[in-house]
Write a protein that binds this ligand. Structure first.
Ligand code: SF4
Length: 380
C-alpha cells in the first residue's frame, strides 16, 4: 500500500553538455555548441521532465545542474528547466539547488536570475589559483577572473558556495598546491572539493609528455589538503570533499547514501526504483525521443539484494563517517558483520579500517588504498 504521508527523498541531476571550449584533461560529456542547439536541448530536457512517471511518492530534496558548464547558456534555459521540475515534482521546502558554474561565464544578471529562480548553491570550477597551471589545463579563465565571479556571487546573495580544486597537476609542487589551497580557503567558501588530476585516454593530456608529480608527492599533497583546510575550519567529510560545519553537500551525500536519483539530460545516470540506468549519450537520439524517457534509457540494471549491499558498503565508505551497522541491518535485514565480517577484520588488522560507535570507516592510511578495499566488498 502506498503511504502518501511519508514521501521518499529524490535527488535530481540535470546534465548541461555545453562548454565554451574543451579543457585539455576533460573526458566529460560536453562540447561547444551554438545558441540554437542549446535552446533545442533545453526544450528536449523539459520534454523529458514532462514525460517522467512513477514520481508521485517522492519529494525532491536536491537538484544539481552539472556539466559541461551549466552557466554557459542563457540563465532562462536553466530557470525554465527548474520551473518545469517544480511543476512536475513535489519539492521539499529546504531543497538544495546547485548550479555548477565556470568563472568567465557568469554575469551579475545571470546570478540574480539563478537566485530569483530558487537556486541556492553555487559550485565554482576554479581548479587552481595559479594562472600558469590554469593555462596548462586549458581553462578559459584566470584566477583574477575567478575572484571577480566570486565577488559577483556574493553580491547576488549566494552564501553557500563550493570551489572545485585539482591537484597533482603537471609541474605542480607541494608548495604550489598549498598556495592554491590557502588562497581559496582564505576567501571562506562553505565547501571545497579537491580531486587529483587523472589523465584520461582520448584527452589532449594523454597525448602529451607531462611532468606529473610522483605517487609519493601526490600522497603528501592529499594529506596536506586536510591539514591546511582544517586550519581554516573545514572538516573532511568524504575522500575528496571538505566543508565548514553544516555545509556538506546534501546532493553528494545522497549519492553515497544511495538516495534515489533521476538523471535528466544527455548521458545522465539514475538510481531509481531498484534500477540503475543512464540516458543515451547520442545527442540525436536524445533530441528525438526525450519525451518518452523509457526510449532514451540505456544499460538498465535491476539490482539484486547482494548488489545493493555491496553498493551500500563501497559508496558509504567514501564518507569519513563510514557506514552504520544499524542502518545496514535496518535496510537489508542482515547483520553487517555476518555478511562482511572477514573483509572488515582483515582491514581492521592492517589498520586500514576502524570500528567506532557502531560505524565502520576508513582510516587515514586506508583512504590511500580505498579502491582496493572497496573492491574487496564487491566479492563479499
Ligand atoms: S569546463 Fe569542465 S566539463 Fe567543460 S571542458 Fe572543462 S573540465 Fe570539461
Amino acid at each position: 500500500m502506498k503511504n502518501h504521508n511519508m514521501p521518499k527523498p529524490l535527488e535530481i541531476y540535470v546534465h548541461i553538455p555545453f562548454c565554451a571550449k574543451k579543457c585539455a584533461y576533460c573526458d566529460f560529456l560536453s562540447a561547444p555548441a551554438g545558441r540554437k542547439q542549446q535552446e533545442e536541448y533545453g526544450q528536449a530536457v523539459r520534454k523529458e521532465i514532462r514525460g517522467l512517471s512513477d514520481t508521485e511518492d517522492f519529494e525532491v530534496v536536491s537538484v544539481f545542474f552539472g556539466g559541461g558548464t551549466p552557466s554557459l547558456p542563457e540563465a532562462s534555459l536553466l530557470t525554465d528547466i527548474l520551473d518545469e521540475l517544480k511543476i512536475k515534482l513535489k519539492f521539499s521546502p529546504e531543497a538544495e539547488i546547485t548550479i555548477e558554474a565556470n568563472p568567465g561565464t557568469l554575469t551579475k544578471e545571470k546570478l540574480s536570475a539563478y537566485r530569483n529562480a530558487g537556486i541556492n548553491r553555487l559550485s565554482l570550477g576554479l581548479q587552481s589559483a595559479d594562472n600558469r597551471e590554469l593555462q596548462i589545463l586549458g581553462r578559459i579563465h584566470t584566477f583574477e577572473e575567478f575572484l571577480e565571479s566570486w565577488r559577483l556571487a556574493l553580491e547576488a546573495g549566494f552564501d553557500n558556495i563550493n570551489v572545485d580544486l585539482m591537484f597533482a597537476l603537471p609541474d605542480q609542487t607541494e608548495a604550489g598546491w598549498e598556495q592554491t589551497l590557502r588562497r581559496t580557503a582564505k576567501l571562506g567558501p562553505a565547501h571545497i572539493s579537491a580531486y587529483s588530476l587523472i589523465v584520461e585516454e582520448g584527452t589532449p593530456f594523454a597525448e602529451r609528455e607531462l611532468n606529473l608529480p610522483d605517487e609519493d608527492t601526490e600522497y603528501r599533497m592529499y594529506d596536506r589538503t586536510a591539514e591546511v583546510l582544517a586550519e581554516y575550519g573545514y572538516e573532511q567529510y568524504e575522500i575528496s570533499n571538505y566543508a565548514r560545519p553544516g555545509a556538506a553537500c546534501r546532493h553528494n551525500l545522497g549519492y553515497w547514501d544511495r538516495t534515489e536519483y533521476l538523471g535528466i539530460g544527455l548521458g545522465a545516470a539514475s538510481l531509481f526504483g531498484g534500477q540503475r540506468f543512464s540516458n543515451t549519450a547520442v545527442m540525436a537520439e536524445y533530441l528525438a525521443d526525450s519525451g518518452d524517457p523509457n526510449k532514451i534509457r540505456r544499460n538498465l540494471q535491476t539490482l539484486t539484494l547482494q548488489e545493493e549491499m555491496e553498493e551500500f558498503m563501497f559508496l558509504g565508505l567514501r564518507k569519513t563517517a563510514g557506514v552504520s551497522e544499524a542502518i545496514f541491518e535496518e535496510k537489508f535485514g542482515k547483520n553487517m558483520n555476518e555478511k562482511y565480517g572477514s573483509v572488515i577484520e582483515k582491514y581492521v588488522r592492517t589498520g586500514f579500517l576502524e570500528r567506532r560507535d557502531g560505524h565502520v570507516r576508513l582510516t587515514g592510511r586506508g583512504i590511500h588504498v580505498s579502491n582496493t578495499i572497496m573492491a574487496d566488498f564487491l566479492e563479499g
